[in-house]
Design a protein around this ligand. Structure first.
Ligand SMILES: Cc1ncc(COP(=O)(O)O)c(C=O)c1O
Length: 438
């Protein structure tokens, strides 16, 4: 490896969601990636246990994706997306609507999951407004939810550290209880207990009036907080309440989408169809930033048909919405998913992965294990303050050759969908040894 560690140049980059001072004393620099592996600046090979940040399901360094990006860059690097269109945007929207459930057939592009959430919130407000229901301005989110870092997202989100420093955020946002329940501890897949937690939404309807609520946002599986799988019947009950009261149900599929649960989206895994879905990450296999919102025909038609001929219907968009290079990456990635049967591959690997993950539940340090598809969360008993043990374990796992994702004291696993059993074995053997020493 001929990449030098630039020892005196770490100061200027303010790292996101990172312990900057600690990192700069003892950096974990990743300088190369291929397949399911990273390499650090010292030349050590490390296994990627979280698909980057849930975004690289096909593994790293796919030449076909790189070629598509390079071709696009030399053919049409950029074009304005307002009042002009590029062919790739239409093709990618078609490919996405092929795998969304039912009539979620219209796709609005953004550059990230956070922007997708903000966009979905605006679509919800706009939809109700043009139906003469502009009083529907409340949003419902959930404790422990993660919907990105912008102000709408932290408002419907429920991860305390992401909100507490940033003032009051959006007014009128209500939070349902999270779905972690003692009774479901160490249950593989969906827990038996907790469908009734969805009735929190019904209570908001009764307290505030259904006609003040625009939309209810949930992740099918709450990911960043540590993989909270919905209890059996929970999402179905949310759907029922939303239907009864004309509240839009939004699934934030940024982690669950594109095969992570062995199906196209969380919606198909749990058999519940939302009115909108936000997505990002695996949309382009993480190589170019991109997000999207898919909406039902009725939402698109309502907003688009209300405007005067020649008028802009939805005053929203980004300079880089449907960026041609992101679209080129996205089209190639979507075609690979289909042609190589990647979602089925994930479904086939999932039982073995889950078996190995649940093998950790008897370690003294483990307090709960949860999982579904190729996603898992392992809670460790905290020691030395919030997140201290988690951070120490993250560093130890890195020393042992794993790149991992930790939220406080919860280890989150989300291996590439193309992983083989031998990769799962290597990952789980190492984790078991490291956690076993705690
Ligand atoms: C469910 C969910 N929504 C939104 C986001 C935000 O996505 P981004 O980091 O691309 O803005 C994430 C990121 O992890 C996520 O997990």
């Amino acid at each position: 490896m001929n990449v030098q560690y630039p020892g005196n140049t770490l100061e200027n980059f303010w790292m996101p969601f990172s312990a900057n001072r600690d990192f700069k004393e003892n950096p974990r620099l990743l300088v190369k990636a291929e397949g399911v592996y990273f390499w650090n600046h010292q030349g050590d090979r490390l296994l990627d246990t979280c698909s980057g940040l849930f975004c690289v399901p096909l593994g790293h360094g796919r030449k076909d994706i790189a070629d598509a990006v390079a071709n696009q860059l030399t053919h049409l690097d950029y074009a304005p997306p307002f009042q002009y269109g590029t062919p790739g945007a239409f093709e990618l929207a078609r490919l996405i609507s092929d795998i969304t459930p039912d009539d979620l057939n219209h796709v609005f592009f953004t550059n990230s999951g956070s922007e997708a959430v903000e966009t979905a919130m605006k679509i919800a407000l706009m939809y109700h407004r043009v139906r003469g229901q502009s009083q529907r301005q409340r949003f419902v989110g959930r404790e422990r939810a993660y919907h990105g870092v912008n102000f709408g997202g932290i408002s419907v989100g429920g991860m305390v550290k992401n909100r507490e420093a940033y003032g009051l955020a959006l007014p009128g946002v209500l939070h349902m209880r999270h779905t972690w329940l003692e009774e479901n501890r160490n249950t593989p897949g969906q827990g038996e207990h907790g469908a009734d937690l969805a009735n929190d939404l019904q209570r908001f309807v009764e307290l505030h009036g259904a006609d003040t609520i625009a939309a209810c946002f949930v992740e099918p599986i709450a990911g960043s907080t540590g993989i909270l799988v919905p209890p059996k019947g929970y999402l179905e009950r949310l759907r029922e309440i939303c239907d009864e009261h004309h509240i839009l149900l939004v699934f934030d599929e940024v982690i669950c989408g594109f095969g992570r649960l062995g199906t196209e989206f969380g919606a198909q895994a749990f058999g519940v169809t939302p009115d909108m879905m936000t997505m990002a990450k695996a949309l382009t296999n993480g190589v170019i930033p991109m997000g999207a919102v898919a909406v039902r025909d009725g939402i698109y038609d309502t907003i688009v048909n209300q405007a005067p001929a020649g008028g802009i219907e939805f005053f929203h968009g980004y300079t880089y919405s449907a960026h041609p290079v992101a679209c080129a990456a996205g089209i190639t990635v979507q075609n690979i998913y289909k042609e190589e049967g990647v979602f089925q591959q994930a479904a086939d690997l999932a039982p073995y992965f889950q078996e190995r993950v649940f093998d950790l539940k008897d370690l003294p340090v483990t307090t709960d294990v949860r999982g579904y598809g190729l996603l898992a969360g392992i809670d460790m008993a905290p020691e030395g303050g919030f997140g201290a043990r988690g951070f120490a374990v993250l560093k130890e796992l890195f020393q042992e050759g794993l790149v991992c994702r930790m939220t406080a004291d919860t280890l989150i696993l989300s291996p590439p969908l193309v992983s083989e059993r031998s990769h799962i074995d290597r990952m789980m053997d190492t984790i078991k040894a490291v956690l076993g020493r705690q």
